[in-house]
Design a protein around this ligand. Structure first.
Ligand code: ZN
Length: 268
C-alpha cells in the first residue's frame, strides 16, 4: 500500500519498463508490428485518461495519478494493440552547476508501461506446437515476465520451455539439460536430423536460464536487461522455427510441387 503519491510514483519507476523513447508525438508512437514484422510509427486511435468529476459545473478533470490506456494502430496492416501506461512528470536536474548554486531543472515527462494487450511478442506463439500444452504455457509466461520487466524470470522460463522440447518432444532421457541437449543430436524429428546447431543454440539458452535461476557471484551477470531477454526470445524462436516451422514449410512446398507436376508417390 502507498502512503503518498510520491510512494506510488517511486513504485512505478522501479517496477515498470520506461517507454518514453517510443513516443514520437501526441498522435504517434514507434512500435513493433508483429504482422508487418517491423518497427514503425503507429497511430494513436484512442486514448482514455483517468478522469475525475469536479463539482464545478459538472465538468471532468484529468487525474494525472491514474493510469490511462492507448489504442495504437499500424498504419499499414491496421492491426492494433492496447497499452496501459502511467505518465509521470517531475522536475529533473538538467545541468549540474557549481557547489552551493541551485542546479538547473526542468519538467520532464516520462511514460511507463504497466501492461500491453496482447503481451508484446506473444503473437509468435503460432509457430510453437500446441502439444504438450506445457510448452506454450512456459513460453507465454516468459513473454508475460518480459512484459512486466521481470527479465530474470523470463530467462528461467525460456530454459524451461527448451527442456520441455528436449524431454517431451524429442524424447530425451530426463537428466541434466546439458545431457539431454547432446543426446538429441543425430535424432530425427519431423523428417529432419537434429544437428549440433540445435545443441549449440540450446546451450546458450540453458546457460542464460541457469544464470536466471541461480544467483551468480559475477556482478556483471546479476542484471538481466531487457535486451538480454529479447535476445533470448530470438534465440528460442530460432530453435522453434528450425524444429517445427521450417520443415513444415519445406514439406508443404515439396507436396505442392509434386501435385503441380502430377508426380505420384514412388512405386517400385
Ligand atoms: Zn502492421
Amino acid at each position: 500500500m502507498f502512503k503518498t503519491t510520491e510512494d506510488q510514483k517511486e513504485y512505478i519507476r522501479e517496477t515498470y519498463p520506461e517507454v518514453t523513447d517510443h513516443r514520437i508525438d501526441e498522435r504517434h508512437w514507434d512500435l513493433h508490428c508483429s504482422h508487418c514484422n517491423m518497427t514503425r510509427g503507429f497511430q494513436v486511435i484512442e486514448r482514455s485518461e483517468g478522469r475525475e468529476y469536479t463539482n464545478y459545473g459538472g465538468v471532468y478533470s484529468i487525474d494525472s495519478e491514474a493510469p490511462y490506456s492507448i489504442y495504437f494502430r499500424c498504419p499499414v496492416c491496421s492491426g492494433y494493440k492496447q497499452w496501459i501506461l502511467y505518465k509521470i512528470s517531475s522536475r529533473e536536474v538538467i545541468e549540474e552547476v557549481n557547489p552551493g548554486e541551485e542546479p538547473k531543472k526542468k519538467t520532464v515527462v516520462r511514460y511507463y508501461r504497466v501492461t500491453s494487450l496482447p503481451s508484446e511478442g506473444v503473437e509468435d506463439m503460432e509457430e510453437i506446437p500446441e502439444n504438450p500444452p506445457s510448452l506454450r504455457t512456459a513460453y507465454k509466461q516468459a513473454i508475460r515476465a518480459m512484459d512486466a520487466n521481470a527479465h530474470i524470470a523470463a530467462a528461467a522460463m525460456f530454459r524451461r520451455a527448451l527442456q520441455i522440447i528436449t524431454r517431451d518432444i524429442l524424447d530425451a532421457t530426463p537428466g541434466s539439460l546439458a545431457a539431454e541437449l547432446s543426446e538429441v543430436v543425430g535424432k530425427k524429428y519431423n523428417g529432419v536430423k537434429i544437428t549440433n546447431d540445435f545443441s549449440d543454440i540450446g546451450y546458450i539458452l540453458k546457460e542464460a536460464g541457469n544464470q536466471g535461476a541461480h544467483p551468480d557471484k559475477d556482478p556483471d551477470l546479476l542484471e538481466f536487461t531487457e535486451q538480454d531477454a529479447q535476445d533470448l526470445q530470438k534465440i528460442f524462436m530460432e530453435i522453434v522455427s528450425d524444429l517445427f516451422f521450417v520443415p513444415e514449410v519445406a514439406k508443404k512446398s515439396r507436396e505442392d510441387f509434386l501435385k503441380r507436376r502430377k508426380i505420384g508417390s514412388k512405386t517400385i
